[in-house]
Design a protein around this ligand. Structure first.
Ligand SMILES: Cc1cc2nc3c(=O)[nH]c(=O)nc-3n(C[C@H](O)[C@H](O)[C@H](O)COP(=O)(O)OP(=O)(O)OC[C@H]3O[C@@H](n4cnc5c(N)ncnc54)[C@H](O)[C@@H]3O)c2cc1C
Ligand code: FES
Length: 255
């Protein structure tokens, strides 16, 4: 895996505290699969010291571009929000193991909350290219924070947005499961959503995959700073690296 220098083509604040970055990175765009992430360094010098991980929100291999949806939470993401157009961005990736997706699937659900749902858009867009029916269930604090709603709709997905904190977005998925058969559900952004999906898998028997986040130093499996406990197929408990074996894991493997 090589470091490449990407170019910031667009960078704008889309709601207070949230931004979207469009990078020109043809080689990464060609290789990327949904669920993978990149490490980025978008500042000069050595402070901050570590590159920062971001999911691929949308990828256009023909245009050679990667789109990143980001929340401003600290030192690095504040610098990202101020990154001028045309700036060089050091990129490592695509990294990690993405979502299993098969062209033989007929119908899938993508489920997420807030900016944690970022990788779901790329998955939904790729699935639509395969002709798979996609139902998106996304929750957020407000309508303004359903950032990718228009993109899901324009890709031909059904979109259920939930901005009522008293309603769990998985309840809409549970309703649809009573009438439709899903081959798989993909979830990220919240442990509660993952637990709900796990319970629905027991009831309806579809495949389930979750994308995890962890603090990452290297992003390439070397430092072991991002490990989480997971079950092996025969039920033993082992540690897996979120950056290498993940960030996507079968839901039933999560301890
Ligand atoms: C695989 C992966 C994909 C990600 N995708 C996205 C994405 O698409 N969009 C996005 O906005 N963010 C994403 N993140 C989180 C993003 O990497 C962090 O928000 C970012 O590194 C924070 O950098 P900072 O310098 O602004 O914050 P810092 O100053 O480093 O930290 C600010 C606060 O954020 C917390 N924090 C930092 N990193 C993480 C983390 N990885 N997990 C949980 N809390 C953290 C810190 O504990 C601290 O409280 C992803 C993380 C991972 C591991
Ligand atoms: S971040 Fe270093 S092993 Fe995962």
């Amino acid at each position: 895996m090589k470091y490449i220098t990407a170019k910031a083509l667009e960078n704008r604040i889309i709601a207070p505290g949230f931004g979207r970055l469009l990078l020109s990175a043809p080689l990464s765009a060609e290789q990327a699969v949904p669920g993978q992430f990149i490490m980025m360094k978008f500042w000069q010098g050595t402070v901050p010291f570590l590159m920062r991980p971001f999911s691929l929100n949308s990828v256009d291999p023909e245009a050679g571009t990667l789109s990143i949806l980001y929340k401003i939470v600290g030192e690095g993401t504040k610098l990202l929000a101020d990154l001028p157009l045309g700036s060089d961005v050091e990129v490592l990736g695509p990294l990690g193991t993405g979502f299993p997706l098969s062209e033989s699937m007929r119908r899938i659900a993508v489920i997420g909350r807030g900016v944690g749902a970022a990788p779901m858009r790329f998955l939904a867009e790729r699935a639509r290219q395969y002709g798979i029916e996609v139902h998106a269930y996304i929750s957020a604090n407000s309508e303004e924070h359903l950032f990718d709603k228009a993109a899901y709709l324009s890709a031909g997905c059904s979109f259920t947005g939930c901005t009522d904190g008293n309603i769990n977005v998985t309840s809409y998925f549970a309703e649809d499961l009573q009438q439709m058969k899903f081959d798989a559900a993909y979830v990220c952004g919240s442990k509660r959503l993952m637990r709900d999906v796990s319970a629905l898998m027991d009831q309806y028997g579809f495949e389930g995959y979750v994308s995890l986040e962890a603090h990452m130093a290297c992003g390439i499996g070397a430092c072991k700073g991002c490990t989480v406990p997971v079950h092996t197929e025969d039920g033993a408990e082992v540690y897996a690296r979120v950056c290498k074996e993940g960030p996507v894991f079968p839901v039933k493997r999560i301890v």
